[in-house]
Write a protein that binds this ligand. Structure first.
Ligand code: NAD
Length: 335
């Protein structure tokens, strides 16, 4: 069984480059969203614990099955110098059930989340968007900037975090890119003049990172940090007064910004946008919120693409995790 470690993901990126990897990933996610109805889907299985959540995210179509194990513990960085979000995942063959690959998915989650944000923005944000604001400059933030920069001509990145060390870290990592970096003193200043706003903060409570009064012009809001019951980032007035697009309504009603709006609330899902069944854009429809919580399909896409690239470039190690034997009924002989 192929096993991919963090160094293997790094090798893949070094082989093909950030831009190519991101563009391939955006295409792969888009391709999979086009076959949305072929997937067997369910909301993720969440185990809520003190200060966090641990989730299992399975999905399959006729040929492959994947699952991701992921946590969300916002206190981790301060309390134990561990990441807020950590993940591993597996890809298997449906016909036989044989596991194909086990992979690190902490880094892959950052890639797939940013690629999904960029895919949603490709359809929903004004084509000429140039100013990106990122509120929350932790682990996901650089990936967010990069993915947007490959789809839009981003000239200015405005950024804010309550932790100034996180702001400095992000600026240091991004200084090599051709973009004006504008540090801001608060979220209100950060969103001034922005065309696209990503909120990617972590705190397990109802926060109001953005309220209606702060939004002075129509804008695409890519809201990522509200992804759990009791954990949101936007005021309910802002959500009520905007067009909202979600990944999978059944899951988003439990976990997304729309948890404030009650069980009967309905809005389009991303596959309807990608398949052009619903046509929305900030330029003609006003402020649009992509209320992203993360969905298993995006994990499937990143695992599928990364497996193909790992095979193509001979990256990763084969580990003896699944028995291979001439008499498959003689398992006992292995021990
Ligand atoms: P992180 O802990 O590395 O970074 C979060 C940052 O938010 C921290 O630097 C923190 O100081 C900052 N922050 C907290 N409250 C803030 C506030 N009120 N104003 C400004 N900054 C604030 O976490 P991460 O891995 O970057 O993830 C960020 C969030 O995104 C988490 O809530 C996580 O659950 C979520 N997430 C969502 C998806 C998705 O698919 N939607 C995927 C990955 C992560």
């Amino acid at each position: 069984m192929l096993v991919l470690q963090i160094d293997d993901i790094k090798k893949i990126i070094e082989k093909i480059g950030f831009k190519q990897y991101f563009l391939k990933l955006i295409d792969t996610i888009e391709e999979d969203y086009k076959t949305w109805h072929d997937f067997d889907k369910m909301p993720r299985i969440a185990t809520h614990v003190d200060g966090g959540v641990i989730e299992l995210m399975p999905i399959s179509n006729k040929s492959q099955y994947s699952f991701k194990y992921v946590n969300g513990h916002p206190k981790n960085p301060k309390a134990s110098n561990k990441l807020t979000v950590m993940a591993t995942g597996q890809l298997s063959v449906v016909e036989t059930g044989e596991p194909l690959m086990f992979s690190e998915m902490t880094v892959l989650t950052a890639f797939r989340t940013a690629a999904t944000s960029a895919l949603a923005a490709k359809y929903l944000a004004p084509k000429d968007s140039q100013v990106l604001a990122i509120i929350g400059n932790g682990a996901q933030s650089e990936f967010q900037y990069l993915a947007f920069s490959y789809i839009f001509d981003i000239k200015e990145l405005r950024y804010f975090d309550v932790d100034c060390l996180a702001m400095e870290k992000m600026a240091e990592n991004l200084k090599q890119y051709d973009v004006k970096l504008t540090p801001c003193k608060d979220a209100k200043q950060c969103v001034e003049g922005a065309d696209i706003i990503t909120t990617v903060t972590a705190d397990k409570k109802y926060q109001t990172i953005l309220s209606k009064e702060m939004i002075k012009k129509d804008v695409f809001i890519n809201a990522l940090g509200g992804d759990c019951p009791g954990k949101t980032e936007l005021s309910s007035e802002l959500v009520k007064d905007s067009h909202v697009v979600v990944e999978f309504l059944e899951q988003s009603k439990i976990e997304g910004e729309i948890q404030h709006l009650g069980d009967d609330y309905v809005c389009p899902e991303l596959h309807e946008i990608v398949n052009k069944e619903v046509n929305l854009n900030v330029s003609k429809d006003g402020t649009i919120i992509f209320d992203s919580v993360g969905f298993a399909l995006q994990d499937y896409s990143v695992l599928r693409l990364t497996y193909e690239l790992a095979k193509e470039h001979d990256i990763g190690v084969e580990l003896n995790l699944i028995p291979e034997m001439s008499d498959v009924k003689d398992l006992y002989s292995l021990v």
